[in-house]
Design a protein around this ligand. Sequence first.
Ligand SMILES: [Zn+2]
Length: 308
Amino acid sequence: MKMNRIAMKFKVLSSGLIFICISILSCSNPQQTALEFNKNDHLIDSLIVIKKINKKAILVLFGSDAVTAIKTQKGIVVIDAGISKHLTSKYRGIIEKEFQCNDFVYVINTHCHPDHYGGNSVFYETKIIGQENGPKEISEQGANNEKTKKSISKIVEEYEWQLKECKINTQKWHDAFTQKTRYDNALTDAEMQIPIKYPDMIFSDSLQIDMGDMKFEMVYFGKCHSNSDILIYIPELKILFSGDLFFKYGRPSINGSQMKDKEKWENAIIWIERRITNIDTIISGHGELLSIDDLINFNRNIKERCFN
Ligand SMILES: [Zn+2]
């Protein structure tokens, strides 16, 4: 009996030791992963750029993620929300710190592509403004989760290759790293099936919101880069947000043959021309600051397409 008890104690002790050993062994990988994650998170934080447009507007940039925040008398208005929940949580934190407040009133989506609404849900308490075609566009894009995951994975792989090919910590490496990180996070959202926060304040042709010390004028451009492209103008700040409608030198981004919205395009160009002398800053959907010449070229380009 005595021997049996000792044997039993040893058995318990040894199985305990085995358990501890197994625990240490199995913990070593998660610990490494956590360290890696923290290291990456630190690098991500260091690569987020904050551009002060003026006293009331800041632009937060991380690769092609571009989120602008404007402090108004009635609260903060955000233009576009980036590609993912995790990264946009970081941008939200930065905005709160910069403005020393967290009263987010509106998020406006320049159009309903995932890299502009992916982070909407971070502003859980906020109304999301968008053009009325937006919700349908979002549903269609998110209809096949498997397909979405596959296509994002491919993009992640491509950036992984780019990272391997360039020298660490160079500008090229940082660019590939930020883009890979964006798509990594979008993939995580797709895998976790994070619900999309849809625009819940929609309009067809135009909308104006009064924020006390400034107004936000919005107009639907017509189907062009997407089905829901809008322009946003703040006269008091002399800022125009152009979404992904055009790039440098006024090169328009037209998806497919969307010429059927010609009449809407013409009206939108007239809308721009009425405001053009009071525009100082043009912020594109991925944070590039465009010039008045770019805008004039874009107008000309669209007009040519409309009349030919
Ligand atoms: Zn787009």
